[in-house]
Ligand binder design. Sequence first.
Ligand code: SF4
Ligand code: FES
Length: 249
Amino acid sequence: MNLKAATRLGGRIGHFSIDGVRLPFREGQTIMAAAMEAGVYIPHLCYNPEFTPHGSCRLCVVRSNGRHLAACTTPAAEGLEVESYTDELQEQRRELLQMLFVEGNHVCPACEKSGACQLQAVAYYCGMLAPELTYFYPQRTVDASHPDIAIDYNRCILCELCVRASREADGKNVFSIAGRGIHAHLQINSSTGKLKDSDLEVTDKAAHVCPTGAILPRNLGYNIPMGKRPYDQKPISLVGDVADHEESS
Ligand code: SF4
Ligand code: FES
């Protein structure tokens, strides 16, 4: 399609389908970006449209032509037929979610992010029940050194959204991932490794993108009563990402 025709279509250059629903896409859009724009939910944790896609959580994997593709990094293409909400893919997502839950200490009843946590909400959406895997029970420290922000590393799922936000939104580069494989962990780029000695401020984007209860602005916990938090009444497929509801979480 030439540029003139694409412009006539409002920047749209074609259509593809997800679970039989026909959606438009614009030049350069990924399957995820086009789906989100059209209000079609594909489960995801490491994707946030404001930052470079990362492709690490694998929750957004969909199927097309017998191949499994990460929707957040695969470009939409004319005529592409994508399956997302199938028994097979939902089962795979449940397995991935179970692994995330056992790898950390996700004790939702004692977490101030419960009801406003994207990990918990995706698990509900995918129908994940109690993990059948062995819990790791990690013993990572909590960094409560900063006056306005705390980090509980036991709830970090290594989505790297804070890393990307701190790098791309304000160039402060407060976070990075150190170690490999099972030893990979989030670290603070300050002389002491403590949050208080970093440049992070509570107004920074990076303080508000965490999809779990790992990075928490302080003194706000339990401000919103149970039953009134973003995912208490409607599923994540309708509510969207928790970062978009930060003020009410
Ligand atoms: S602290 Fe939160 S945003 Fe940062 S990597 Fe961990 S889960 Fe992701
Ligand atoms: S959202 Fe696509 S891999 Fe995480």
